[in-house]
Design a protein around this ligand. Structure first.
Ligand SMILES: *Cc1c(COP(=O)(O)O)cnc(C)c1O
Length: 366
């Protein structure tokens, strides 16, 4: 059986280093807001070449805190609009609505699965304050045109970088392209912790201070509360694990790219549409390798019968979720087509060449 993602194998690759880090943190007696988090934050800000990195509890909180901080700083207010791709994972939308901001769903590009930059400007109103770009499946969405749009309309660019850590556009890492970015270190992400974990990166000093304060009960000084904040901190133990794994990220992402290149070169079944992308090859770190076919459910069944586990990212778009029944009448045909046709193939740094061949053969025999 070829698993979609063998997390045990992924983490056992670093067994000795991770076990040392866990034991050392356990024995240190210090579990929150300590040296491990500080060290990881420095590593991450250096890795992304961005002035600030702030460890938080998870990826959703990272995004939530960015918008909350913009509200506290008077840059956004309740009822303001945030443009977001309609086919994103629910967390992107939750981060907006949790702050009583209004998500304005924009159709994706059918080739990249990312927000269609050409469709952004028509959605901008006087209330629009930000574009939440989601580097979906590990592929960066960014362009000079996007940058110019944001300058022209005075919009913040927030990156949902949960899936694309390590991807590069014009020599810049994802997470350093916009004004602020949210990262997830959910165990299955390209850089995964042993539980929930996340981070924010940003350029602006006051934004960074505000986010750090909000994530710690709205307090900079113990028992003095400036904001009605949250408890959203990165655990020392998770930071210690992430510090072990970050130096290996580039080589693990390279393995993902090598697998993706084999899929792209060797899958020849004409019923299957392979992911194209318009950016250069370093801009995709293949968190997911997503194909599309009108016969998605039968292909998934065929692969399962051949011992290959696949997943669907995502079966139901946000505007068709019960949680967002107010959005249910939106007409988003490209988004709906994507949700009906996509299938994610196994991909991970620990997949063997034989496993990759088996997936390719099985799809070509379909
Ligand atoms: C995983 C993910 C998140 C949320 O991260 P968590 O750590 O699970 O809260 C947000 N956006 C996208 C696109 C994701 O894939």
């Amino acid at each position: 059986m070829i698993k979609f993602l063998d997390l045990q194998k992924v983490n056992l690759t670093h067994q000795q280093e991770i076990e040392n880090a866990l034991l050392q943190t356990f024995r240190s007696g210090w579990y929150l807001l300590g040296e491990k988090v500080k060290t990881f934050e420095q590593q991450l800000s250096t890795y992304c070449n961005v002035p600030h990195a702030i460890g938080v509890a998870n990826g959703l909180d990272a995004l939530r805190l960015i918008f909350r901080a913009y509200i506290e700083l008077g840059i956004m207010k309740e009822g303001d609009e945030v443009l977001v791709p309609a086919n994103t994972y629910i967390a992107s939308v939750l981060a907006i609505t949790d702050n009583k901001l209004v998500p304005v769903l924009v159709e994706p590009d059918l080739e990249t699965y990312n927000i269609d930059i050409a469709k952004i400007e028509e959605k901008i109103t006087p209330k629009t304050k930000a574009i939440l770009v989601v580097h979906l499946y590990g592929s960066i969405v960014f362009s000079e045109e996007l940058q110019k749009l944001s300058e022209k309309h005075n919009l913040k660019i927030v990156e949902d970088n949960a899936q694309a850590i390590g991807a590069v556009w014009n020599d810049k890492k994802s997470g350093s392209l916009g004004d602020a970015a949210g990262f997830s270190f959910y165990p299955g992400k390209n850089l995964g912790a042993l539980g929930d974990a996340g981070a924010v990166t940003c350029k602006d000093d006051s934004l960074a201070t505000c986010i750090r304060t909000l994530a710690n009960y709205g307090s900079q000084k113990k028992y003095v509360n400036q904001y009605q904040g949250y408890n959203s901190r990165l655990d020392e133990i998770q930071a210690a694990v992430l510090s072990v794994k970050l130096p290996h990220l580039d080589s693990e992402n390279q393995r993902r790219k090598d697998i993706a290149n084999r899929y792209l070169a060797e899958i020849s079944n004409t019923k299957v549409i392979l992911p194209g992308h318009k950016l250069d090859k370093n801009s995709h770190v293949y968190h997911l390798f997503v194909i599309r076919t009108e016969n998605r459910d039968t292909l998934q069944k065929h692969l399962e019968e051949n011992g290959i586990q696949t997943l669907i990212h995502y079966p139901i778009p946000p505007h068709h979720q019960e949680a967002y029944s107010d959005l249910k009448d939106l007409q988003l045909p490209i988004t709906e087509k994507i949700h009906n046709e996509v299938l994610s193939l196994p991909i991970s740094p620990v997949m063997t060449d034989d496993e990759v061949s088996a997936v390719i053969n099985s799809i070509n025999n379909f």
